[in-house]
Write a protein that binds this ligand. Sequence first.
Ligand SMILES: [Zn+2]
Length: 127
Amino acid sequence: MDFFDKMVSTISSTGKDLGEKAKETADLAKLQLEIRSKKDFIDRQYAEIGKKVYEEKKDMVNSGYEEIFLIKHTYEEIEEIKKEIADLKGYQQCPSCGANVKADDNFCPKCGSPFTSQDDEMDIIDL
Ligand SMILES: [Zn+2]
């Protein structure tokens, strides 16, 4: 093999290596993506189990899960934030069904619950 042949052979084998490497990298990425999507699927199943456990135990005084306490606390925080949003928009939230109702309405148009405004409560406290 003369110099030129060697050079051609080196170039073509390097080219082949690069092609194979690219394919390997693509295959590897595909497999890693497959693992990730399966792990995401497992995580969703875990979350479903978690929701079921939460629903079963949320009303217990001591559920044995700190997470349940944390979730309940966070739901309460969300409710407070929703009230703030409703307030900013000039609405109040129906305490029964959670519908946004005009601040000066006395009844919920959605579920019919009567509202006691904060002023009324103040009056009751004053008496
Ligand atoms: Zn309502």
